[in-house]
Design a protein around this ligand. Sequence first.
Ligand code: 5SP
Length: 235
Amino acid sequence: MNYGPEIEVAIARARADVSNLHAELVRYGLVIWTGGNISARVPGAELFVIKPSGVSYDELRPENMILCDLDGEVIADTPGCERSPSSDTAAHAYVYRNMPAVGGVVHTHSTYATAWAARGEAVPCVITAMADEFGGEIPVGPFAIIGDDSIGVGIVETLTGHRSRAVLMQNHGVFTIGKDAKDAVKAAVMTEDVARTVHISRQLGEPLPLPQSAIDSLFDRYQNVYGQAPKGAMK
Ligand SMILES: O=C(CO)[C@@H](O)[C@H](O)COP(=O)(O)O
């Protein structure tokens, strides 16, 4: 299968990005063993790239990332296709089909955020870093069985119309979305950081709420002004 020069370049870039970004999950301590996964949409094509299932992070390379269509079917005769794709492939595919602005999806079982997910409790927006990145609470999605698109349905239902790039899937863990895979990885890193801080704050007493007007202005500044080339909120 040859998709033409532009799409082949985009596929190669997505393979490299997805492979390399898995190292960030390890670097930030968000995954254990072979848990977690990242995918990236291939811009300009109805395709995405995802990691193989249950393969050591040390073995992940661009050439063993798996190319799928937006139904989550592995594209035959492409590098890596001999392996089973991530258990969450159907969930990622459902997100790409139903959230056109999403260019990357990440899943982790990072400790503090997953502890909130196990309680089925949203992380309240009580620190400026949360207002910046999430624009409010990090919501909880439904419990959903692994393997089909149920998780994807829960992600889309929960995050559509929500500012948050992260959802805590009940009794499971974190799923994040982004404009691209790096953006979704950043949301996963920030999710764990704020889940930890708010948890520790609650050990000391009841965290003070942030006024909604402050949350709104912090979110707007961080998404649209902060840094060198802000890309804006997810639409
Ligand atoms: O929690 C799940 C699936 O949601 C896990 O089974 C792992 O987090 C990753 O599985 P693979 O991506 O390696 O299949």
